[in-house]
Design a protein around this ligand. Structure first.
Ligand SMILES: *Cc1c(COP(=O)(O)O)cnc(C)c1O
Length: 420
């Protein structure tokens, strides 16, 4: 069967044969390398970061490979961001500008500092904050900006840094979805004061849970250490260890450090495979009717933690849910919308219910639907294609054919004819 006749045949939702004939490629995540590091961690007879070698080795390798002066390991991506905000001195009543499409782990740390998350809108195509949308939300209370590199596509950090510097506001880069992402030939994290990474189970590389923060600033690095270890200064020969400011226990154990170390050695390979597959997908989907494909930010290298496209409903007479259903019927595991609603629509914001009783400082701010119309539109029309480094050339062919067949089908339906 040639691809032309495949494309013209009825989609699986209308009785056709599903186009995906073989399972998507998959590969084990953990293997002999992780086991060897774990055994060597246990053989140390300590799993505490300050007395073992694994966490320190992870920090040293991560910092030197990415070209940072300092890296501090943490217990999660959320902990990384919280430690960064503590190190920067974000305090109750401060405002922190954040994007409305991200993981709650980007936002919860702002609330834990008693600060007020202020949601700024996104670029309609890169899905990231921009200098303009940030500028529209800056006030005299703004203390920091959390720039999330969504899906692995870098924010336009030059313009964001410019607007932040003009106003004396710190930038935290949330790199949780952006291992291996580059911007202006540097790993992400370089343009902000700090870059925060996650090693949770679902990220490019993982140690179950864990994180790491990179910075070139020695004083921020010193404060990060305190911020992740209850404020205790464990520098050898330091006599005054008593905490000077509020910190949490966000320590990484030697077991996590061991696995993360083995995983980090696999990162380049994981990134180049994901990048190649996803860029090839873009080439195959270019020209299909009604698909708005994700462009990489100029000067950027996208690491494709996932692939987020939008459907143009003026061309395809279908909503994202029905589009995803049709793709699923073909055997392609896309999902509509990414997250179901912008973060500011979560009950915790709309009802100001951070704590069971007593007010949180964010209660002065009203969070309402319509606050970020572009972000709402992105979620409404968004379709997420998962990406994995083990995906094959056959997976690419079948995925592209399914997009071709489904877009052709829906572009031929009338605007009012959504039945199939
Ligand atoms: C995963 C993620 C986090 C939180 O990381 P955890 O390790 O799960 O705490 C924060 N921000 C973004 C953008 C993420 O994708």
């Amino acid at each position: 069967m040639n691809s032309q006749s495949t494309t013209l045949s009825a989609p699986a939702i209308a009785g056709g044969e599903p186009l995906k004939r073989t399972p998507f490629g998959s590969a084990p995540r953990y293997g002999a390398e992780e086991l060897a590091e774990l055994q060597s961690a246990l053989a140390q007879q300590t799993l505490f970061y300050a007395s073992g070698r694994k966490v320190r080795q992870l920090e040293e390798t991560f910092a030197s490979k990415l070209g940072f002066a300092h890296a501090v390991a943490t217990s999660s991506g959320t902990a990384s961001i919280h430690a960064a905000l503590i190190a920067l001195g974000v305090s109750p009543g401060d405002e922190v500008i954040v994007p409305p499409i991200t993981d709650m782990g980007s936002i919860a740390p702002v609330l834990f500092q008693g600060a007020v998350p202020i949601f700024a809108d996104l670029d309609p195509r890169t899905y990231n904050l921009t200098a303009e949308t940030i500028a529209a939300r800056l006030t005299t209370k703004t203390r920091a900006i959390i720039a999330v590199h969504l899906a692995g596509n870098p924010c336009d950090m030059r313009t964001i840094r410019d607007v932040a510097e003009r106003r004396g506001v710190a930038v935290v880069e949330d790199c949780a979805q952006a291992h291996g992402t580059r911007y202006m030939d540097e790993p992400v994290g370089k343009y902000g004061a700090l870059g925060c990474y996650s090693f949770n189970e679902f990220k490019h590389i993982s140690c179950g849970d864990g994180g790491i923060v990179v910075t070139d600033d020695a004083d921020l690095a010193r404060r990060l250490r305190l911020a992740t270890d209850k404020g205790y200064d464990r520098t050898p020969n330091v006599t005054v260890r008593a905490p000077q400011f509020l910190s949490n226990n966000y320590r990484m154990t030697e077991l996590q450090g061991a696995v993360a170390l083995a995983q980090f050695r696999k990162l380049d390979n994981i990134i180049s495979r994901r990048h190649r597959w996803a860029e090839a997908l873009t080439r195959r989907l270019t020209g299909l009717p009604g698909l708005l494909l994700p462009p990489t930010t100029p000067g950027g290298m996208h690491s494709y933690w996932f692939y987020l496209l939008r459907i143009d409903s003026s061309v395809l007479h279908v909503d994202a849910d029905a589009f995803a259903t049709a793709m699923n019927a073909e055997g392609i595991p896309v999902k509509a919308h990414y997250i179901g609603q912008p973060i500011y629509e979560y009950p915790v914001f709309k009802k100001h219910s951070a704590f069971a009783h007593a007010e949180h400082p964010f209660s002065v701010h009203n969070y309402a639907s319509g606050d970020c119309p572009v972000a709402e539109d992105i979620l409404k029309h968004g379709v997420v294609m998962p990406i994995n480094e083990a995906y094959t050339a056959d997976d690419l062919d079948e995925t592209a054919s399914a997009f071709g067949r489904v877009t052709e089908w829906f572009s031929k339906q009338g605007p009012s004819d959504k039945s199939f």
